[in-house]
Design a protein around this ligand. Structure first.
Ligand SMILES: NC(=O)c1ccc[n+]([C@@H]2O[C@H](COP(=O)([O-])OP(=O)(O)OC[C@H]3O[C@@H](n4cnc5c(N)ncnc54)[C@H](OP(=O)(O)O)[C@@H]3O)[C@@H](O)[C@H]2O)c1
Length: 226
């Protein structure tokens, strides 16, 4: 059985991933800004208070995991925000800073803090929940994305993808996977898209995969282009 930390576990795909892993016997640290809002899930679920934008909160959460298990097999950076969908001409610098603070810097903060615990785990895996919107290839060629222009969110997920590539190179002992859930019906999309279970499929698959190779971008149908 695997010991997994998941950020953004209060709702959407984070909550669904916690539920799916815990109900089949994995140990899950469910990290949320407001742990009182975590869904009630049977199994080994440890609630953790964690805001990915806050150094002290992340350090406290890492100390708590250290005290409970002393190691982690998987870290899932799932917490994310969409930011504004205003046209690029109406987007200012703070709009971009706000989204990068969670989607990019938050993932680095969490990865940095939990890496020592991850390196003590079995078959350590780092999962970064990205998006097809972060794919430079799909943004230029895919029918869905080609004619839609947004700044903060796609740029943040492109940056997250690059973090995956760099972590994969730098951490040969860790299996690194960026994941694209596809358009999924959560609060994030106002309920548009496929089911939360379908969206969580590639996250759960990346959590449980120990073969790799490291440094891939995986969607529901397999490898996606960066
Ligand atoms: N839904 C889609 O179509 C879709 C497609 C591709 C990729 N994704 C990605 O999938 C991931 C999950 O999205 P979702 O659709 O499940 O979204 P969601 O239902 O809106 O959930 C987002 C989660 O992130 C948490 N979060 C936000 N800011 C945080 C912070 N500063 N610290 C800690 N947690 C924070 C939220 O916590 P609170 O409850 O405290 O706000 C919530 O648990 C995101 O990274 C998103 O970019 C989503």
């Amino acid at each position: 059985m695997t010991t997994v930390l998941i950020t953004g576990a209060s709702r959407g795909m984070g909550a669904e991933t916690v539920r799916r892993l815990a109900t089949v016997g994995h140990t899950v640290f469910a990290a949320a800004r407001h742990p009182d809002r975590l869904p009630d899930v049977p199994g080994q679920v440890h609630p953790l208070r964690l805001d990915v934008t806050d150094d002290a909160s992340v350090a406290r959460a890492a100390a708590e995991v250290e005290a409970v298990t002393g190691s982690l097999d998987v870290v899932v950076n799932n917490a994310g925000v969409p930011g504004t969908w205003a046209g690029p001409q109406d987007v200012g610098p703070q709009d971009v800073v706000d989204v990068f603070a969670v989607n990019v810097v938050g993932a680095v903060r969490v990865t940095h803090a939990f890496l020592p615990l991850l390196r003590r785990g079995h078959d350590p895996r780092l999962v970064l929940v990205s998006s097809g919107m972060g794919s430079l290839t799909l943004q230029q060629g895919d029918d869905v994305y080609r004619d839609i222009a947004h700044l903060p969110y796609p740029a943040s997920k492109a940056a997250l993808n690059m973090l995956a590539v760099q972590y994969a190179k730098a951490l040969p002992d860790v299996l690194v996977t960026a994941v694209d859930p596809g358009l999924t019906a959560t609060e994030f999309t106002g309920g548009v898209g496929h089911s939360v279970r379908e969206g969580s499929d590639p996250i759960v698959a990346a959590v449980l995969d120990t073969d790799g190779p490291s440094g891939r971008f995986l969607g529901r149908d397999g490898v996606e282009p960066w």
